[in-house]
Design a protein around this ligand. Structure first.
Ligand code: NDP
Ligand code: MG
Length: 381
């Protein structure tokens, strides 16, 4: 007789975003295995209500209060930590964008939960604190990011000592073929036209500058305990191979799929198991060919080099890199600065603030706030 385990409770933080809505599509198809027990959003109350009606979670959190007196709706940033630490939550899918996701990740790990982490900024700001929280309790981080999911799928069962290096793939973004002169006048609309992925606005701009790949290199360093010298990046415009792992015997494993986040989202929930999902498109090697690879052009995309240098410098530098980038991207999206100003803002903040103290959460948040102020003052916005 097969005894079915009770469905695991999942909190989806940032349920109204690109990853959040993707996750709910996946969870809707996996109702015997998972139950959505908590949902949070920042501003989109209409969609959050719709989701709450469909999944009947026991907790709904709205970060920006809507002031409608609806009692089961908790508001404020504490709502994120409250959702992440509930007894009926086994897995916290952190799909919040930016530094706002940090406390929920730390609280969930301290509470012994699995964190299915899309919110890469959390690891970039406080990778050591996240690692400590995992080491000191029963919590664990499983990546949602497609590159890191690919690496996890390739290395599971192999000790890190057998990994010679990992190679993260990058689509190259919408400006892969643009000259430096043309990049200087790129508009917000141009930058939001990503060739292979439909994502939230912030990560789409990060993909255009390649700051996203820098965040991912730092993310890989903390997730897999690899030194930066063993993490490389290659441009692969088709986004079919999500990363390579090269082993010490020269053998290379890659994980492939059509570009959909549904696959890494589900894997983050079920790792190391795999479960059937008929909802994802079938893989057809003929349709996806040819697959091509190019070296990164660091002159045209300086944010990648800046981010890797920040990762290598350690201390406050990754948090400063992340905060300066978040602030500059918001200014670019608001039409206040030009595209190349994003990496200029990051470079200036790193130059001035990398040496700030970074041992505690409070110090990291102070470095984050100072970097944001620096970028705002630099551009007068
Ligand atoms: P979106 O902008 O589409 O969604 C962000 C979500 O977070 C929304 O639900 C939003 O709520 C909520 N949110 C925004 N700001 C806050 C805040 N200050 N406090 C609490 N909640 C907040 O982003 P994505 O889904 O694209 O990305 C989410 C994370 O996943 C990012 O870290 C990104 O780098 C990462 N990621 C995304 C991928 C993708 O394909 N989109 C791929 C790999 C990683 P509301 O909508 O109600 O305002
Ligand atoms: Mg990615």
């Amino acid at each position: 007789m097969t005894v079915l385990a009770a469905p695991k409770g999942v909190a989806v933080l940032g349920s109204t975003g690109s990853i959040g809505t993707t996750a709910l599509r996946v969870l809707d198809r996996q109702r015997e295995r998972f139950r959505v027990t908590a949902l949070t959003a920042n501003s989109n109350a209409t969609l959050l209500r719709e989701q709450a009606r469909k999944f009947s979670p026991s907790f709904v959190g709205m970060v920006e209060s809507q002031g409608d007196g609806d009692e089961e709706w908790k508001s404020g940033t504490e709502a994120l930590v409250a959702a992440a630490t509930r007894n009926d939550v086994d897995i916290v899918l952190n799909a919040i964008v930016g530094a706002a996701g940090l406390d929920a990740t730390l609280a969930a790990l301290e509470g012994g939960k699995r964190v299915a982490l899309a919110n890469k900024e959390t690891l970039v700001i406080a990778g050591d604190l996240v690692r400590q929280a995992c080491a000191s309790g029963a919590g664990e981080v499983v990546p949602v990011d497609s590159e890191h999911s690919a690496i996890l799928q390739c290395i599971t069962g192999h000790p890190t000592a057998q990994v010679r290096r990992v190679v993260l793939t990058a689509s190259g973004g919408p400006f892969r073929d643009w000259s430096a002169e043309r990049l200087a006048s790129a508009t917000v609309e141009d930058a939001l036209r990503h060739p292979t992925w439909r994502m939230g606005r912030k990560i789409t701009i990060d993909s255009a500058t390649l700051a996203n790949k820098a965040l991912e290199v730092i993310e890989a360093h903390f997730l897999f305990g690899l030194p930066y010298e063993r993490i490389d990046v290659v441009v692969h415009p088709q986004s079919i191979v999500h990363s390579f792992v090269e082993f010490i015997d020269g053998s290379v494993l890659a994980q492939m799929s059509v570009p959909t986040m549904e696959i890494p989202v589900l894997y983050a929930l079920t790792h190391p198991e795999r479960v059937a999902d008929e909802g994802v498109p079938a893989f057809d090697p003929v349709k996806i060919s040819p697959m091509t690879y190019e070296a990164v052009n660091h002159e045209r995309f300086p944010a990648l080099r800046l981010g890797i240098a920040a990762g290598k410098a350690g201390g406050a530098a990754p948090a400063v890199f992340n905060a300066a980038n978040e602030c500059a991207v918001a200014a670019f999206l608001a039409g206040k600065i030009r595209f190349p100003d994003i990496s200029r803002g990051i470079a200036s903040a790193l130059d001035k603030l990398s040496g700030m103290p970074a041992d505690t959460r409070e110090q990291l948040l102070a470095a984050d706030a100072t970097a944001r102020r620096h970028v705002k003052e630099m551009f007068g916005c």
